[in-house]
Design a protein around this ligand. Structure first.
Ligand code: NAD
Ligand code: MG
Length: 394
């Protein structure tokens, strides 16, 4: 039976890679809806190719623009706009699976709504788990929604966990889960020059081609911090059983260490089409168009322990994970505001950690169990971070 998919964040890096995999298997997948926020031209082109029933954009102006493009090419896709439309296309009856690939906490409401309806969730939007891990996993468990990890590390872990793994690492003979990290572009950069790092340098990832926000997060290693929290919820793994190892070649995508001394790793050319195809193809493996890993040209695999002095954001994320409650939501909101400000050249690279640390030092409640209360925390922290940044630049 064909899968009917909604792709949230279709115009982004994960969205485009997803459509590339789908296009290789037209007999397996059909596209129900594509959501592309403000990237109207790119979305119009995708609609012409994939002929979805619906396309969703940010607002009425974008919708008019998209409608005009589609009319000119005789494409019969219906155009919707706004937050509710994202929820509608993620929860529609016909939809079997939702690729959650919006960037940031903006992806949370439609992803959670899809989980409530029991859709298969292809989860790229790690911020959903960071902001609302407990709520999201509970919601999915209640509805029976399958949550399949697209993030390459979590996908690797998923692939090497025991087949019937549920939620107790010790019961399955697991010693720890090891997330690998590339260390980003500044792994060897002189720490004294960190204040001068530019956005262009920060988004130039050595191994992966990704959206701007996650590229900056990789450079600060906040990305690995968010991924620790993501793994904590996805695999019900206590913080003390999660390790991070820097592996600059990004060939091993993560590992599981077992009590008998075995370490199982998943390897491959760094290309997001592998985890995407793995999840879309389950239970069988399908072609992803990925270049085979060439052992003849690999110049060795190296490993290193992360240095919190160089990567203070990673330490902050560890602390937020241990504090639990609303702390990860605060961490994420502060980081989103700080990364935006850094990309707009309003603050320095090193200020990102300062903004996040400042927000984590504020008093916040720990009762974020509903979507409303988490979104209120998110809004409150964004305001705090914005104010702190304004005061910084005065
Ligand atoms: P991207 O910036 O390339 O794309 C983001 C997508 O979200 C675009 O389609 C954009 O139009 C849409 N979008 C942006 N703001 C929106 C909003 N407010 N409301 C609705 N839609 C909005 O990002 P990406 O690199 O594709 O990453 C997407 C998600 O996947 C992120 O959560 C990221 O952490 C995660 N992820 C990405 C990669 C990767 O290799 N790119 C790997 C692992 C996880
Ligand atoms: Mg990742």
């Amino acid at each position: 039976m064909k899968q009917t998919l909604t792709i949230l964040g279709a115009t982004g890096s994960i969205g485009v890679n997803t459509l590339d995999v789908i296009a290789r298997h037209p007999e397996k997948f059909e596209v129900f809806a594509l959501a592309g926020h403000r990237q109207v031209n790119k979305l119009a082109e995708q609609c012409r190719t994939f002929r979805p029933k619906f396309a969703v954009v940010a607002d009425e102006a974008c919708a008019q623009e998209l409608n005009a493009c589609l009319k000119a090419s005789n494409t019969a896709t219906e155009v919707l706009f706004g937050q509710q439309a994202l929820i509608d296309v993620a929860t529609a009856e016909e939809v079997t699976g939702v690729m959650a690939a919006i960037v940031g906490a903006a992806g949370l409401p439609p992803t959670l709504a899809a989980a409530e309806k029991g859709k298969t969730i292809y989860l790229a939007n790690k911020e959903t788990l960071v902001v609302s891990g407990a709520l999201f996993m509970e919601t999915a468990a209640k509805s029976g929604a399958k949550v399949l990890p697209i993030d390459s590390e979590h996908n690797a872990i998923y692939q090497v966990l025991p087949e019937h793994y549920t939620d107790n690492p010790h019961e399955h003979g697991i010693q720890s889960i090891i997330l690998t990290a590339s260390g980003g572009p500044f792994l060897e950069t002189d720490l004294n020059t960190f204040d001068n790092i530019t956005p262009a340098q920060a988004i130039k990832h050595p191994n992966w081609s990704m959206g701007k926000k996650i590229s900056v997060d990789s450079a600060s290693m906040m990305n690995k911090g968010l991924e620790l929290i993501e793994a904590h919820w996805l695999f019900r793994c206590p913080p003390e059983k999660l390790e991070v190892v820097i592996h600059p070649q990004s060939v091993i995508h993560s590992m599981v260490r077992y009590l008998d001394g075995s370490v199982l790793a998943q390897m491959g050319t760094p290309d997001m089409r592998t985890p995407i195809a793995y999840c879309l193809g389950l239970p069988i493996r399908i072609d992803a168009g990925v270049k085979p890993l060439d052992f003849n040209t690999l110049n060795g695999l190296t490993f290193k322990t992360p240095d919190f002095n160089r990567f203070p954001c990673l330490k902050l994320a560890y602390q937020a994970m241990q504090a639990c409650g609303n702390a990860p939501c605060v961490l994420n909101a502060a980081n989103e505001i700080a990364v935006d400000a850094f990309l707009a050249e309003k603050i320095r690279f090193t200020d990102i950690a300062r903004v996040v640390a400042h927000c984590l030092e504020q008093n916040f409640s720990n009762d974020g169990k509903s979507l409303e209360s988490l979104l209120a925390q998110d809004t409150q922290t964004r305001a705090e971070a914005t104010q702190f940044i304004a005061a910084m630049s005065r």
